[in-house]
Design a protein around this ligand. Structure first.
Ligand code: NAD
Ligand code: SAH
Length: 459
């Protein structure tokens, strides 16, 4: 009998929690994902579908799709709109298609990376409100940001046919779980402005995400991207890492390990001091621009490496970004530099030659994420940590959809779940975790079964 006195004879009662999770998702969650359509993401998608969800997917980057992963998922598991080498127009078309669940409304849940699906809905709702009040359509020429012009054009073109599409979508939406630092930043900004339209779970700031994926993931996939794109010998080179946050730390460690002399640029004195403690130099880009061989941006900020820096670099210096958008590197300034010549060595590896000096620099993935554009992103083990958090976040939002637990705010997952994600990954690596005695647990004031650290602990 169960604790409630219910009779049963089943094979394995320890499967009840798993069954409950599957039943909950089987109630028909429709999930739209906007996240690099890679092999690792394919496993995430199939986990969500195995739990009972229906899924539509697009990539969150024009170069990051692995076409064989996209094809397998499209054939076997979910609707997919993604291929390697989309134009920006195609990219936003894919995002719109992934959000389009037909006349009944949009998705119940979103998995976002960088916040583009979330952005399209927010901009769509904004435009629909203006249209309802004033009859005015969004005007793409109101911005000089070429990508935002495309977003406004897509919204404008759909508005007349269906002036309530995004409003219906936001009303139906239970919430979003966001993968990355920059996407999370956008969500907190919306929360602060009071414009966030649905609850959000910040997956990035699970310790088992940002302190693993951003750090060890980039430590693996930065050199992978560099080598696949250029076959450069890293040993002996001078490498500059702009930004020494989680991503920068992983990149600097990889470059140092490979034998490069690493120089860091930072704006934050704490991160700068961390770099110094690791034996790295901290300088400005101007200090080193003409002596370094490899430049990597990891800041999530804009205007880090400008065309005037690039002009002063050594012949065949490599310039790449593993942070967020292509505006960390001044691609616009480079493209518009008078007389500059672009020679495509192979897809996502371009040599740009300046007319005055006839010397060139090598830019990877057109200034977009080089680890996903020139290589295959992070490997499966570390993505498993990230995506376990994603699945937990999706289940949590879905489970609480009717309870009001989550308001239109940004939440992080509780620490016991973070510890659980880590615990689930220990066995594979042969770890044998020490168990606290009751006495020890009391002595350091933690429960035997965790959580083991207070929320302010920094790892
Ligand atoms: P973070 O906040 O930990 O690190 C960014 C660092 O850049 C900070 O220390 C900040 O002080 C510094 N910085 C900001 N402006 C600067 C400037 N002008 N010059 C020098 N340094 C500057 O963030 P993170 O988690 O390391 O993520 C960084 C970016 O990488 C984000 O955009 C994130 O979305 C992205 N990301 C990419 C991958 C990938 O696989 N390519 C993985 C994880 C995160
Ligand atoms: N829209 C942005 C997104 C930043 S991508 C852009 O592409 O411009 C940064 C995220 O990529 C990281 O948070 C990491 O979790 C994810 N990532 C890295 N390798 C991956 C892989 N192999 N598959 C799926 N996602 C990956």
């Amino acid at each position: 009998k169960t604790a409630a006195g219910r009779e049963y004879k089943v094979k394995d009662m320890s499967q009840a929690d798993f069954g409950r999770l599957e039943i909950e998702l089987a109630e028909g969650a429709k999930i739209t994902g906007s996240l690099h359509m890679t092999i690792q993401t394919a496993v995430l998608i199939e986990t969500l579908t195995a739990l009972g969800a229906e899924v539509r997917w697009c990539s969150c980057n024009i170069f990051s799709t692995q076409d064989h992963a996209a094809a397998a998922i499209a054939r076997d598991s979910a609707a997919v709109f993604a291929w390697k080498g989309e134009t920006l127009q195609e990219y936003w078309w894919c995002t719109e298609r992934a959000l389009d669940w037909g006349p009944t409304g949009g998705p119940d849940l979103i998995v976002d990376d960088g916040g583009d699906a979330t952005l399209l809905i927010h901009e769509g709702v904004k435009a629909e409100e203006v249209y309802e009040k004033t009859g005015q359509l969004p005007d793409p020429s109101s911005t000089d940001n070429a990508e935002f012009q495309i977003v406004l054009t897509i919204i404008r073109d759909g508005l007349k046919a269906d002036p309530k599409k995004y409003t219906r979508m936001k009303e139906r939406l239970v919430g979003v779980s966001e993968e990355t630092t920059t996407g999370v930043k956008r969500l907190y900004q919306m929360q602060a402005n009071g414009t966030l339209l649905f609850p959000a779970i910040n997956v990035n700031d699970s310790v088992t995400k940002s302190k693993f994926d951003n750090l060890y993931g980039c430590r693996h996939s930065l050199p992978d991207g560099l080598m696949r794109a250029t076959d450069v010998m890293i040993a002996g080179k001078v490498a500059v890492v702009c930004g020494y946050g989680d991503v920068g730390k992983g990149c600097a460690a990889a470059l140092k390990q490979a034998g490069a002399r690493v120089i860091v640029t930072e704006i934050d004195p704490i991160c700068a001091l961390q770099a110094l403690m690791e034996g790295l130099q901290v300088l400005t880009l101007e200090d080193v621009v003409s002596e370094a061989d490899i430049f990597v941006t990891t800041t999530g900020n804009k205007d880090i490496i400008m065309v005037n820096h690039m002009r002063k670099m050594k012949n065949n210096a490599i310039v790449c970004n593993i942070g967020h958008f292509d505006n960390e590197i001044d691609m616009l300034g480079l493209e518009n530099y008078p007389g500059v010549k672009r020679i495509t060595i192979k897809p996502q590896t371009d040599r740009w030659v300046f007319p005055e000096t006839n010397t060139g620099i090598i830019v990877l993935a057109e200034g977009r994420l080089m680890n996903l554009g020139c290589a295959t992103g992070h490997p499966s083990f570390v993505m498993s940590c990230s995506f376990t958090n994603q699945v937990i976040a999706q289940l949590e939002l879905w489970k609480e959809k009717a309870t009001g637990k989550y308001e239109k705010k940004v939440y992080v997952l509780p620490k016991h779940l973070d510890e659980k994600v880590a615990a689930l990954h220990l066995g594979k690596l042969g770890a044998n975790l020490t168990k606290l005695t009751k006495d020890q647990a009391d002595y350091i004031s933690v429960p035997i079964e965790g959580p083991y650290k207070p929320p302010h602990y920094r790892y």
